[in-house]
Ligand binder design. Structure first.
Ligand code: SF4
Length: 502
């Protein structure tokens, strides 16, 4: 038996059990417990039976720093069988959970428990693929366009996969997935939710429809497409903020500016910014509920028009123009918060706004609003609870791991990407999917999402936590056994750790 054969046999024993004498192997990597015949794959295609051995079908992903020149190492596995791991310097390699497999039920030690040195400290990294039922995506869509009412259902192929949640500054927020949609509804709802999360997590585009709202194509790191139209700009700020930023640049070029916004529509001369500049009142009153001087809520309904309202004719939000204050020839600018929509008018003898050619100086400020908008993007954050049984693959006394994570002495990464650990109980983590290697997510048909997770802590602490001491393997040995088949990635440049330290 070659070294590689014995490595495969050992992995097979970790993930499953041979059954009968027909070469069938039972996959133990999730509760589905597929019985897989030779040459076939299990229900999730992540495991297969190769000549009577259970293999993980995707390669394990290693993050590797460049040896020279600052560039990450690239795949090198042309003669994988002969490779002895010497190309990768062990101190510059991090074993991720992607492709590592799952040792279910979790009282079995995790697939890789790797010892290495980090900044002179003996550390242990426990590496596994977690199976998460409690998980979801928070999606941030940089647009002020109205996608749908708060709490409205989000659907894919008619199945509810999430809901619209509280909007943030310049962004609409969606909550996708979660345990209720995965397991609390019909089988179809669960499978559609799982597939939607899997695609979004792996950076694919998904078309969502929102009850009482619009259709939006979402893809991490890309601009959203709302009802077939790609969004380009994230608003510079609300209407009031826009007035505050640009008031001085308008002074002397226009007499009044109205910045149309679904949240706060700003009126320059009435706003504190205009007052501080001693701008003359113009007597224009816009519709909606006055919050404070020059700041109006609810000037229109939310929509896909100007500034996230349903307005296509901006003059429709002018409720009245006071003839005792306004004057013929008065110069009025109306603009949206992205500068994409704008209208320049001059009041005629009857104090009616009449569209006129926008002077260059005014145009310049409108263009500057656009220049100050950031590109509209979709961000996808994966949130999962790792405070359950997978902890037993790390330690025999899981509460000690939880406390250590909460106390910051155990570092959690997902595919080598940094996570935010939520305060309070459990191990609830959140990660930006774009900081993870590509195709980091998988699924099992229970349904649940499979995601990589790594716990790194000082060796001494690992032993004190009741860690599986007998399973610790030096990183050099892991590289010798698995480096030849591994997928090598450089890791996202913005990740401060584990490759870019100090
Ligand atoms: S669904 Fe996948 S992980 Fe689960 S038992 Fe089957 S092959 Fe193994």
């Amino acid at each position: 038996m070659t070294t590689q054969d014995s490595v495969l046999a050992e992995r097979s024993r970790k993930f499953g059990v041979a059954e009968g004498d027909e070469g069938i192997v039972r996959c133990d990597a999730c509760p589905v417990l597929c019985r897989i015949r030779p040459g076939r794959a299990g229900a999730c295609s992540r495991y297969a039976n190769e000549n009577g051995l259970l293999i993980r079908t995707d390669p394990v992903v290693l993050l590797a720093e460049a040896v020279e020149g600052g560039q990450p190492l690239v795949a090198f596995a042309e003669n994988a069988q002969d490779w002895n791991g010497s190309i990768l310097p062990a101190e510059r390699v991090f074993v991720t959970g992607i492709g590592s497999g799952t040792t279910y039920p979790d009282y079995k030690p995790a697939p890789f428990i790797v010892s290495s040195q980090h900044e002179g400290v003996d550390t242990v990294t426990v590496v596994t693929e977690g199976i998460f039922s409690y998980c979801g995506l928070k999606v941030k869509i940089d647009t002020d366009r109205h996608l749908g009412p708060e709490t409205a259902a989000i659907r894919v192929n008619g199945e509810q996969v999430g809901h619209v949640t509280t909007a943030e500054y310049g962004s609409q927020m969606l909550s996708i997935g979660g345990v209720r949609h995965l397991t609390g509804g019909s089988k179809k709802e669960g499978n559609t939710t799982c597939e939607t999360m899997l695609k979004l997590g792996n950076g694919e585009a998904v078309e969502l429809t929102i009850d009482g709202g619009h259709g939006v194509v979402v893809q991490a790191g890309q601009a959203p497409i709302v009802d077939g139209k790609p969004e380009t700009r994230m608003r510079v700020g609300c209407g009031s903020a826009t007035i505050g930023i640009f008031a001085k640049q308008w002074q002397g070029h226009v007499d009044e500016v109205i910045v149309v916004d679904d949240h706060i529509t700003g009126v320059l001369t009435e706003h504190q910014a205009g007052r501080v500049l001693d701008m003359k009142p113009t007597g224009i009153r816009v519709r909606g509920r006055k919050s404070t001087p020059g700041r109006y809520f609810q000037v229109a309904q939310p929509g896909l028009g100007w500034g996230g309202t349903d307005i296509t004719d901006p003059l429709s939000i002018i409720q009245k123009i006071d003839p005792g204050t306004a004057w013929p020839g008065m110069r009025l600018l109306m603009t949206s918060t992205t500068g994409e929509d704008s209208l320049y008018c001059i009041l005629d003898e009857n104090l009616m706004p009449v569209e006129a050619e926008m002077p260059a100086a005014v145009r310049q400020v409108v263009e500057r609003i656009g220049e100050n908008c950031e590109p509209s993007l979709c961000s996808v954050l994966f949130v999962a609870g790792a405070g359950g049984s997978l902890r037993a693959g790390v330690t025999e006394n899981p509460i000690l791991l939880t406390r250590s994570v909460q106390g910051g002495t155990t570092r959690v990464t997902m595919g080598g990407a940094p996570v935010y650990v939520w305060p309070g109980g459990g191990i609830t983590v959140m990660v930006d999917v774009l900081r993870m290697p590509r195709n980091a997510f998988g699924y099992v048909p229970t349904p649940a999402i499979v995601a990589p997770i790594e716990f790194t802590l000082p060796r001494e602490l690992y032993l004190a936590c009741g860690g599986h001491a007998e399973e610790i393997v030096p990183v050099e040995e892991v590289l010798r056994a698995h480096g030849g088949q591994a997928r090598i990635e450089g890791g996202a440049a913005e990740n401060p750790w584990p490759l870019r330290r100090g």
